[in-house]
Write a protein that binds this ligand. Structure first.
Ligand SMILES: Nc1ncnc2c1ncn2[C@@H]1O[C@H](COP(=O)(O)OP(=O)(O)OP(=O)(O)O)[C@@H](O)[C@H]1O
Length: 269
């Protein structure tokens, strides 16, 4: 189902952080949410997930996400935050099993189907070998992949990912991007906030560019992520080249050329 945002706005301390956002994330596709630091990407994901309440409409297919009861929302969407953490002393498998909570009846224990879903989620995220480790003993990248497994165990139709590759080594980054693409092909709607514009260009079907809380461009990454747009939004020079290994687009960057200062007026002797 398609996620649609209409006139979404959110203020903090009298400052408008999300300023009238209209956008969609198509079903069966990976949508990259990009933009400079502080553009409002995490805030927008929190507004979609209902962690924050703001103005405007957030719908997923026919469902109004803002009015959906909490438990139903937890069965519909999963949010993977940038810093996965827990206060509790749990194993990685326990953390992933928490993803089943919205599907269990009150006081009901996990059944064989839940156990099998947790096992598949650990496998899909490539963390089966970590299942019995204490979650708090894991590295940042390991935690990030366990958090993704937990989201998969939730069996959401809408998957929201905040910087899913930021702690990962290059192999784990590519595995994660391949996994979220596979999930999208299976019918999920996926939105991932990404800092790496190269990942957005090569691995997303749709891109939303956010700057200062507003959507400045959206659409097919091949059309939207032009060197001109990147220079305007990020203040860097960019060039699109072809990855010699895959033929997919990659972006090269260089610092913006300094703006020439006006020549000093010549002193008259
Ligand atoms: N708890 C808060 N109190 C006050 N301002 C906040 C709070 N959380 C976020 N902000 C501000 O809201 C704006 C958007 O922040 P947000 O984290 O959504 O941006 P982002 O695009 O995800 O940034 P980054 O790429 O650095 O993760 C920033 O200016 C930030 O300083």
């Amino acid at each position: 189902m398609t996620l649609s945002l209409s006139r979404v706005a959110f203020s903090r301390d009298d400052r408008l952080i999300i300023d009238g956002v209209d956008c969609t994330a198509p079903t069966g596709a990976v949508t990259a949410l990009v933009g400079p630091n502080g553009a409002g990407k995490s805030t927008l994901l929190h507004l979609i997930a209902g962690v924050l309440g703001g103005e405007g409409d957030v719908t997923f297919g026919p469902a109004d996400l803002k009015r959906m009861p909490r438990r139903a929302r937890a069965r519909t969407l999963a949010l993977v935050e940038q810093q996965a953490d827990t206060e509790l002393d749990l194993t990685a498998a326990d953390v992933v099993a928490l993803g089943r909570t919205p599907h269990l009846g009150a006081f009901a224990a996990a059944g064989p189907r839940d156990v099998s879903i947790v096992r598949s989620a650990l496998e899909a995220a490539g963390v089966t070998a970590l299942a019995d480790r204490r979650f708090r003993s894991l590295s940042g990248g390991e935690r990030q992949r366990v958090a993704l497994a937990r989201a998969l165990a939730q069996e959401p139709a809408l998957l929201l990912l905040d910087e899913p590759t930021n702690h990962l080594d290059v192999r784990a980054q590519l595995d994660t991007l391949a996994l979220i693409n596979e999930l999208a092909r299976g019918g999920l709607t996926v939105i991932a906030a990404l800092h790496d514009l190269g990942h957005a260009a090569a691995h997303a079907d749709h891109v939303i560019v956010l700057a200062e809380g507003r959507v400045v461009a959206a659409g097919d990454p091949a059309v939207v992520l032009t060197p001109e747009l990147i220079e305007t939004v990020y203040g860097v020079r960019a060039a699109l080249v072809s990855n010699p290994l895959t033929g997919r687009p990659i972006l090269a960057f260089a610092a913006a050329l300094p703006v020439p200062s006006p020549a000093p007026a010549k002193a008259h002797a």
